[in-house]
Structure formats: C-alpha cells, structure tokens
Design a protein around this ligand. Structure first.
Ligand code: C2E
Ligand code: CA
Ligand code: CA
Length: 527
C-alpha cells in the first residue's frame, strides 16, 4: 500500500473514531465530565472531538445549574413545610401550641408510658381556663384581652417543667401536658400556675390580676389522649362552678355530673313544647308603704324526672345551647298574658307593672323589638307595664345590635333596668350613656350592711350616684327588717327580697292585688 492510496494509518484512525463513539456513549449515559481525547494533529477528527467536548461541557454547566436550582427549591420547600408544620401546631396569637400540638404531645406521652408504665407517674393534663376574662375583653377591648392572653402564655411557659407542652385551645382556655408526673407534682404544678398568674399584669395602663380555674387529670391505663382532655376539662368545669381560682383533680363522679348537664341541656330544647315551665312572681315593694309596685317574673322548670329545677342551673345551659331564645319568648308572652288575666279579674292596682329578665343573647337578636311590640299589642298591655331586666355584663359588652335593641325597646316606651348592678365592671358614668331607667343593686352589696358600716356607706354612695345620674334604684335581696330600714333611711324607694316576700304563684299575687295588702305579710296568709 502506498502512502497516497488510502488513509495514512487506517487502524489509528479507527481507534480514534472508536474513542469518539465511546465518548458519545459515555456522555449520553450522563457522564458529562468525560472528555474525548484530542490528538496533536488537530485534524478533522479532532475538530469533531473538540465540538463534542464543548457540547458536553455546555451540558455539564446546564446540568449543574439545574441541580443547584433543584437543591434550592427543595430547601425552600423543606422550610415552607417546617413553617407550615409549626403553624399547624401553634397558636398565632400567643406562640404557644394549639389543640393539635397538645393532642400530639399527649399521644406521644401515652405511647411512651404504655411501654414503660412507671408506677406513680403518668402523663397528665392541666386544663386552665381564665376567670372573668370575658369581662376584661368586654370592658377594656379585644386588644387588651389579647395582651392578657399573650402574657398568660408567657407565664405558663415559664412556670411549668421544661418537658411540658403548653397550648391555647381557643378563647381563654389553655392546657398543659406534663408527660410524666405524679399526682402530687401535677397538683403542685397547677398551684404554681395559679401563683404565676396571680401577679399583677400591666395591660395598657390597667392593672389586671388574672385568675384561672384549673382541672387536672392523670392518665389511667387504657385512656386515650381524648379521654385525658375530656377528664381534665370536666374537672376544670367543676373548678369553675365552685371558683374562681380553684384547682380540681378529676373524679369519675364529675363525668356523671357532666352527662347530667348534657341530658338537661337536650331536655331543655323540648321543655317549652312539653309545657314544663312555670312562672313565679316576686313582689317589688315600696319600702316606705309596703305597697306592691310590681313583680319580677322568675322562671321555674318542672323537669319530668328531676323535679323542680331553678334558673341558676338551667339558664346558663339554655344560654350555651341557644335554647334561651325560645324560652325567653315563652316567658315574655306568658307573663304578659298573666298580667292581662290579673287585669281581667280586676285585680290590677294602679301602676302595677311586671319585670321580665332578658338574657344577653336575647338582646343580640335583631327581632327582639318586633317580638316585644307584637306581644304588647296582642295582650293589650301598655309599654309602661313592662320593664326588661338586663344584667350588667350584657350592657358592658354591648355592640351595635345590643345598642340598637336597647334604644328601640326604649323608644317603644318599655322601661330598661340594669340587673345585678355592682357585680361587674361598669361605672355609673358608663351607664349614663345607655338608655336605662332603673338600676337594680345586687344583693351581694347589701348582704352585710347591717354588720359592716363601711359597706353601708358604700351602698349609700352607690345609691346617690344612681340618683345623680337621673336613674331610679331598686335594691334586691332584702332579707331582714334591719336591712329594709337602713335602706329606707338612705332614701331608697323600691326593694325586693325574702323579707317582703318570696317568689309567689300567679294566684297568690292575684290575692295580694285584690286585697291591696301591704308587705311583708304574715307568711300564713300566703300559704
Ligand atoms: P335575678 O334576676 O337576680 O333574680 C333574683 C333572684 O334572687 C331570684 O332567684 C330570687 O328568688 C332570688 N331572691 C329574691 N329575693 C331574695 C333574697 O332576699 N335573698 C336571696 N338570697 N335571694 C333572693 P331565682 O328565681 O332562682 O333566679 C335566679 C336567676 O335566674 C335570676 O337572678 C335571673 O338572672 C335568672 N332568671 C330567672 N328567670 C329568668 C328568665 O325568665 N329569663 C332569664 N334570662 N333569666 C332568668
Ligand atoms: Ca332579675
Ligand atoms: Ca338580680
């Protein structure tokens, strides 16, 4: 073979071409850093090889860039996920955990305990519910309320053991999970919480001393996280009932009481249709003459199995479930019908009027005014025959709807009265802005006036303030002649209480009206 008749070195060329093929295969397989060797000849084969190498380099750059971007995105996603998880487990207002976090912590603690089961120690839940928080919120605004909740969370976190989970379950309700404690140390922690909350808080110029009702429950064998929470919550409810500021450890009988309340609450829904409600009437009396000026209408429930149930027990349940709206209407309607009956029988006296209790949620319903107007028309009563008693707390927290209700009721000519005055936070100057005619001083204020000179002076001052604000005062809970006389000396005109008369039946009121008797009567006359 002559040097001109073919490739200079066909085998060497084949080897080089082979290398190109191998190189392409390697690059195609993803090995972007592999390069095809280039010979010093710089011939056409080298040109192809260099071209491929450049392409591979380009690809490698693009690939690295892509990889970096994927990594960045993955990191971002990971962070977002962690943040979401944090958000899903924490309460945005206070930074404490939320219900999910508590449940998770309780489940984890139970799982560990179920394996190890140390005697005398177990996971425990403290259910912490602030006392009177609604008043703080209503009187000082939501911002102040939020600040209090944040401060409470901070204090809780500071005073419980490091391995606890502190959560806010909503509103003013907090819970603490202690993963592994004895009964004694669970109680001790609850007491430390009470103590920590008891210190003064400064909230926007205001001094607040929050208190809490605390329910405690230590896990028992076989209980789930839900069981734990339910029991701690039930104990908290009991603490609240007897409180404020108490700690209660769960006992099984409490669960029974809770079931009973549930049952009662559901029975309440049908009580109107089943005709189980009765009305009692307590005279409001002219303190000087003993003449009955009117009556306060008080609701009674004849429960088919539990017998007579008093309103202090069932009204809060009815408020909780919303059943109060229907019940309240029944009360108003029946009371006005009763008034018409007394009138028909000619038993009515001059100026005799009825007072009906209206609950805060009734005041929130837009059509209360229409209902009152319609009932007055249908029963033939004059607006002046009716006074609606509304508790102080309902006034204090009142928003637009309540203010609308009050003003429209007042415009009808129906009188409005503040009930239980002196138990809440309102001041007389605040009340002046509301369309109120009379103020009923709570019995807690007068209970000690015959024994406590300071208290007597306090009631005197309250009475004068009410008068100065252009309102009338009524005093409730007068139980003794001495109290009646002291109030009379003060210049109080109207009052009500066991001293004058217990709540009566409609017939008894009818008899009193017909006879025009002064109160108090000798009790046998009413028997
Ligand atoms: P209240 O409006 O403050 O009613 C006065 C309560 O004090 C009545 O209890 C009455 O029997 C009691 N009382 C009267 N005189 C004396 C006394 O001299 N000493 C003592 N210790 N107590 C006295 P009652 O009938 O058990 O009612 C309790 C509460 O239930 C009422 O407090 C009121 O807030 C609510 N309530 C009653 N009826 C109704 C109703 O029809 N609707 C609504 N929303 N609430 C009602
Ligand atoms: Ca009342
Ligand atoms: Ca009252």
């Amino acid at each position: 073979m002559t040097p001109d008749s073919g490739p200079a070195n066909p085998s060497a060329e084949a080897v080089r071409l082979n290398r190109i093929v191998e190189g392409i295969v390697s690059i195609a397989a993803g090995n972007l850093t592999s390069r095809i060797p280039v010979s010093p000849a710089r011939d056409q084969i080298d040109a192809v090889s260099t071209g491929i190498n450049l392409l591979a380099e380009e690809l490698d750059d693009i690939y690295r860039d892509l990889e970096q971007r994927v990594q960045d995105r993955t990191q971002e996603l990971r962070e977002a996920h962690a943040q979401m998880q944090h958000m899903a487990l924490s309460d945005p207002l206070t930074g404490a955990g939320n219900r999910t976090a508590l449940m998770q912590a309780a489940e984890d603690a139970l799982a560990v305990w179920n394996v190890e089961q140390v005697r005398d120690a177990a996971p425990a839940v403290l259910m912490v519910d602030l006392d009177g928080f609604k008043d703080i919120n209503d009187s000082f605004g939501h911002q102040a309320g939020d600040r209090v909740l944040q401060e409470v969370a901070t204090r809780l976190l500071a005073c419980v053991p490091g391995d606890s989970t502190v959560s806010r379950l909503g509103g003013d309700e907090f819970a603490v999970l202690l993963p592994d404690v004895s009964r004694m140390s669970a109680r001790a922690t609850a007491e430390r919480v009470q103590e920590a909350l008891g210190f003064k808080m400064k909230v926007e110029e205001l001094d607040v001393w929050p208190r809490a009702s605390i329910g405690v429950h230590l896990a028992e064998v076989g209980q789930s996280a839900k069981d734990l929470l339910l029991r701690a919550d039930t104990a908290m409810y009991e603490a609240k009932e007897d409180g404020p500021g108490l700690v209660r450890l769960f006992e099984p009988v409490m669960l029974y009481a809770r079931q009973l309340r549930r049952k009662m609450s559901s029975d309440l829904r049908n009580a109107v249709e089943r005709n189980e409600f009765r009305l009692a009437y307590q005279p409001v009396v002219d303190l000087v003459t003993g003449k009955m000026q009117g009556v306060e209408v008080l609701l009674r429930w004849e429960h088919p199995t539990q017998g007579l149930v008093m309103p202090d027990i069932f009204i809060p349940l009815a408020e909780e479930s919303g059943a109060i709206l229907g019940i309240g209407r029944w009360v108003l309607r029946s009371a006005l019908e009763q008034l018409a009956e007394w009138r028909k029988a000619g038993q009515d006296q001059d100026g005799f009027h009825i007072r009906v209790n209206v609950s805060p949620s009734e005041l929130q319903s837009m059509d209360l005014v229409d209902f009152v107007r319609a009932q007055l028309r249908e029963t033939g009563a004059a607006p002046g025959d009716l006074t609606l008693e509304i508790t102080e707390s309902a006034f204090v927290g009142s928003g637009d709807v309540e203010t609308y209700s009050m003003r429209s009721i007042k415009a009808l000519g129906v009188r409005l009265e503040i009930d239980d005055f002196g138990t809440g936070y309102s001041s007389i100057s605040y009340l002046r802005r509301l369309p109120v005619d009379t103020v009923k001083v709570d019995r807690a204020l007068i209970a000690e006036i015959s024994r406590d000179e300071g208290q007597l002076q306090f009631v005197d001052a309250v009475h004068r303030l009410i008068q100065a604000a252009g309102m009338e005062a009524v005093v409730e809970g007068i139980e003794t002649l001495e109290q009646a006389e002291l109030l009379q000396d003060m210049g109080c005109c109207s009052g009500q209480g066991y001293y004058f008369s217990r709540p009566l039946t409609a017939e008894q009121v009818g008899t009193l009206l017909a006879s025009g008797s002064r109160l108090p009567l000798a009790t046998e006359l009413l028997a």
